[in-house]
Design a protein around this ligand. Sequence first.
Ligand SMILES: [Fe+2]
Length: 167
Amino acid sequence: MAYTLEQLSGDIRATLTADSGDAGKRAVCTLVSRALLDRAFVATHLREEDCKPRKVLYEDPALGFCVCGHVYQKPSGGAPHDHGSSWAIYGLAEGDTEMTDWTITTPGTGDAPALVVPERHYVMKPGDAHYYAVGAVHSPKFTTLTRLIRIEGANLDRIKRSNIKAA
Ligand SMILES: [Fe+2]
């Protein structure tokens, strides 16, 4: 049976209301995976014309999380970043994506960026969803047409990323 945006948003809201901690967010990954593997969901919500590269599909008025659709048509990405005060979940619907997790070796101070080194590389496949806690430094590398569902803990239009640089 098809999984709708309304169902996904409602299930995320219920899950985070029951547990707003890391375990709740990991449970949200399972919900996102279900949407990623739903062909009708992907065809309806992750269209190039709407999501180049990001469209907020749903923003929760009470909890503030956003369900976003992303489509990257050309190779891009690679710069390590966090999402400031927000957590995020990356979910891959199409286009294998190489992800890198980074470790902060020197914290940022004043105008100086935090310095990071790569810690782990892995490939996300269609259906995979990965949770990045607040402050988790990561970098996706898109090498082909890529469709993603990303959950933002809060709308990133209003949040500043940390100053981060590869050491
Ligand atoms: Fe990110």
